[in-house]
Design a protein around this ligand. Structure first.
Ligand SMILES: [Zn+2]
Length: 119
């Protein structure tokens, strides 16, 4: 197995090539061990993540971004972006935007979310 760039950002990734060194390539390539997990995850019971929206508390890192792109998720709604200035998050945003995934920070006037875990 080999590491690959997510197919939907392959063209955009070509433009990054000039600034990529071998070490910096890591944020943009899907590790060969992750791809089979992504493939199985979105084909179990014919359930597809293609076109779905992902809700997360923290903006996805570059590793999660690659799996998200490969799964076909089309929108991410996040609560916090506290690591916005880190290289991993910058790479994540670059890939997600190149893949055309909508990124939206959750806006709410509520300070607390209560989630009941029983009926
Ligand atoms: Zn992550």
């Amino acid at each position: 197995m080999i590491n690959v760039t997510p197919i939907s950002i392959a063209a955009a990734a070509q433009s990054y090539a000039a600034e990529l060194t071998e070490k910096l390539c890591q944020p943009y390539c899907v590790n060969a061990s992750i791809q089979p997990v992504v493939d199985v995850t979105y084909t179990i019971d014919d359930t597809s993540l293609v076109g779905t929206t992902l809700y997360v508390t923290l903006f996805p890192c570059n590793e999660c971004a690659k799996a998200i792109i490969q799964s076909g998720i089309r929108e991410i709604i996040y609560l916090s972006d506290k690591y916005a200035a880190t290289p991993g998050t910058l790479a994540s945003k670059r890939m997600l935007k190149s893949a055309g995934i909508t990124l939206r920070r959750l806006e709410s006037d509520k300070a607390v979310l209560t989630l009941p875990l029983s009926e």
